[in-house]
Ligand binder design. Structure first.
Ligand code: ZN
Length: 339
């Protein structure tokens, strides 16, 4: 839910630029996993609802141990409150279960996205149900919220949700617009401060070289989305970390239903390693800083993903399983029950 109007007919996801220059493969990283064999990663922004079990398996194989799935725009406007409810329920229910079947700890943030804030009649109803979902287990913040087109309605619901976050002592995950990014980012931060929110409780997302300094100087967390086939590729990210260090900086894939790369974090970690960034700085921007930011919700227990995870794909969620007829479930060798 993060795009230009003129791109809407094509691929309105998190991507701001034309994908005309798509290349087929990136041979430079054919063995990138060797560089990061001992590392583990936390992706604080990925929309797994839109992804496949292959993606979950690839994330697990690349060392991603935990993720946050922000509530977002699904690609077409929802027509009623019931579909918001079902979506939020899936983020705290089925999707979390699906993730667990690949040994990945799943958290989410819940919020009314900026784009659908413009449907005020529906937005009013969504505001009513948000507190119920924000209180659920594994919800680590209000998000992703903020500006898209920078309309009055977007500002109204951004402010209301900031108040909700404050009331519930939850971190805020802020989506910044791709049009007029600098202005939208400054406005998002100024409004959060106006509401008396501690900048340490706010993760400003989708930064670039133009916004990062001000975000860090004002005490906010600065998140960067690694976009394939656009300007904010991971080579630029390496330069950002070289220039600004690793404090309060985190990276994410923001992978969704558009062209995106769920492995953006492991790949960027490998590139950072190649480019001489220290293991500790890599750990901070690909793992620890996101945990520190969102653990302020009181909902993250690192033992849930730092200790060995037992995977049992015979498990069910409300009677449903990720297995299809005849498939053999994966059961870890060290599970107590033998079947
Ligand atoms: Zn997103």
């Amino acid at each position: 839910m993060c795009l230009n109007h003129d791109e809407i007919k094509q691929n309105p996801s998190h991507f701001e630029e034309s994908q005309a220059n798509i290349i087929s493969s990136n041979t430079e990283f054919s063995n990138y996993k060797d560089l990061i064999a001992d590392m583990k990663f936390f992706d604080p922004h990925i929309h797994m609802t839109s992804r496949t079990t292959d993606d979950y398996q690839a994330l697990a194989d690349a060392g991603v141990v935990a993720i946050i799935e922000p509530a977002f725009w699904l690609g077409q406007p929802r027509t009623g409150l019931a579909t918001f409810k079902d979506y939020y329920s899936s983020l705290v229910g089925w999707e979390r279960f699906r993730s667990s079947q690949f040994g990945i700890k799943h958290y989410c943030t819940i919020g009314l996205n900026s784009r659908e804030a413009n449907n005020e009649a529906l937005a009013e109803q969504v505001m009513e149900i948000l507190p119920l979902y924000l209180m659920k287990e594994g919800v680590v913040g209000v998000g992703e919220i903020g500006f898209d087109d920078q309309t009055a309605a977007e500002e109204k619901y951004y402010r209301l949700q900031l108040e909700l976050a404050k009331e519930m002592s939850l971190p805020v995950q802020v989506h910044t617009p791709h049009r007029d990014k600098k202005k939208g980012t400054e406005r998002s931060m100024a409004i959060a401060l106006e509401h008396g929110i501690d900048p340490k409780m706010v993760i400003i997302d989708h930064n670039n070289e133009e916004t990062v300094k001000s975000v860090l100087d004002q005490g906010f967390y600065a998140a960067f989305t690694i976009y394939p086939f656009t300007k904010m590729g991971n080579e630029r990210m390496v330069e950002v970390v070289k220039q600004y260090g690793s404090e309060r900086i985190m990276i994410n894939s923001a992978a969704d239903w558009g062209i995106s790369d769920p492995l953006a974090i492991p790949k960027t970690a490998a590139l950072m390693k190649l480019k001489g960034i220290s293991d500790e700085d890599i750990r901070l921007v690909t793992y620890q800083n996101a945990i520190d930011a969102f653990a302020q919700s009181g909902q993250i227990n690192v033992a849930d993903f730092e200790e060995p995870v037992v995977i049992d794909q015979t498990q069910k969620f409300n009677g449903n399983t990720i297995l299809r007829g005849g498939q053999q479930p994966r059961i870890d060798k060290d599970a107590i029950v033998i079947r």
